[in-house]
Design a protein around this ligand. Sequence first.
Ligand code: IPE
Ligand code: IPE
Ligand code: MG
Length: 249
Amino acid sequence: MTPQTPRHIAIVMDGNGRWATRRYMPRIAGHWQGVEALRRTVRACTDRGVSALTVFAFSSENWSRPQDEVSGLMKLLAETLTREVPGLDKNGVRIVFAGDRGGLSERVLQGLTRAEQTTASNTKLTLTVAFNYGGRWDMVNACRQLVSNGMSADQISEAALAAVSALAHVGDPDLIIRTGGEQRLSNFLLWHAAYAELFFTDRLWPEFDASDLDAAITAFAGRERRFGGVGVLANDRTSQGSEPVARAA
Ligand code: IPE
Ligand code: IPE
Ligand code: MG
């Protein structure tokens, strides 16, 4: 990992449906192909020393899709977990789910709980799968937890809310990538995106590969993150440049 490599990358994996439709295939075929892209991306992240990857797999709003697509996505998750968890476990990947578990079927719930338990002690990469996730849900859920923990209004702080949010185990992403050409968050990580660098690409998710990840990381490395401060480029370079001379005199 170079100093410019983001520690935590988050991805809105968008464009599966269009990838399939362009090939005259059903949309669900694009979602299955998206699993291949995710497998490539997990490997590329571990190779590059990225320690956290968070992916948007199913949003709070995706229930509004046709019933056969929704049930196809539930089946895809359950089957993918059965097939992929042993390999991910062997490669040191810890799997964590972020999202509202209410409304998920018993089969899906069992699969995700088992994946989390099996990989809990892995440390190479934390793969957080945002499933039935929405940034607004996350904030409301965090507030509910603070209240049920008995917290009073004056005890509530940014740190307290972040600590009960769905990304408490990995913190904020440094870089958010969205594939598929749209330039919006679609209710992903609203709280945690506060100072993330954003990278949008027209590549459809099923086509995404290590070279696309590298393009995003290179763009990230060229950004100046100021976090509301003035930053290096905004400093007066002439006065900085003259400092050693002044000191030497
Ligand atoms: C993203 O791909 C995956 C999910 C939302 C589950 P889409 O299914 O949104 O693909 P497009 O945007 O319709 O091409
Ligand atoms: C966002 O993509 C959700 C996921 C990638 C899981 P959508 O395709 O649902 O977003 P919109 O509808 O284009 O905003
Ligand atoms: Mg989409």
